[in-house]
Design a protein around this ligand. Structure first.
Ligand code: DLZ
Length: 164
């Protein structure tokens, strides 16, 4: 156990491994495109600035956040060389229960896909009460959650490689 803890301390909050050995897919929902576009920019730039090669980043659009699960599933099924899939979306609370169904489905769906393929599938989906909360988290006063999603993907790709 002590050895495991020592190894895992390599993944502390301050250390971001180089992304250069890894291949990433980014799936981006078109709903709330202004927000998801900003999340995508944050994620892409973060991968590049941490050493990922542009040729190793594959980007795809899907209609809405609900479709992120099947996109992640298809990507990992057909591209075993991928090291991580970053899923970006924005679900904004409306007047109906649609919000709850989509949020639950995509959160559960993405974690199921991650376990199915033993590959990191990153939940970069904003689930907000209103547009302003989304703006604040897509390059606004609370940073860019796309950026955080990319860093999580890099760390998890490294962890997956280490634990092989
Ligand atoms: C239908 C719908 C609604 C009402 N709201 C959102 C949203 O806020 N964010 C989002 O990403 N997608 C939304 N969608 C679309 C669903 O994700 C999905 O594309 C459709 O239900 C078709 O499966």
């Amino acid at each position: 156990m002590a050895t495991q803890l020592k190894n895992l301390s390599d993944f502390s909050a301050t250390e971001i491994p180089s992304a250069s050995p890894y291949k990433f897919a980014i799936a981006v929902a078109e709903w709330n495109a202004e927000i998801t576009g900003a999340l995508y920019e944050g994620a892409y730039q973060s991968l590049i600035s941490n050493g990922a090669l542009a040729d190793n980043i594959y980007s795809y659009n899907v209609p809405g956040s609900f479709e992120l699960t099947s996109a992640a599933d298809l990507l990992l099924k057909n591209n075993p060389e991928l090291d991580a899939v970053i899923c970006l979306g924005c679900v904004i609370q409306g007047e109906t229960k649609h919000f709850d169904f989509i949020c639950d489905a995509v959160a559960n769906g993405l974690s199921n896909v991650a376990v199915k393929y033993s590959k990191p599938v990153i939940f970069g989906v904003l689930t907000t009460n209103n547009q302003q909360q989304a703006v604040d988290r897509a390059g606004g006063k609370h940073g860019n959650k796309g950026d955080e999603a990319a860093i999580t993907a890099i760390k998890m790709a490294k962890l997956a490689e280490t634990l092989k």
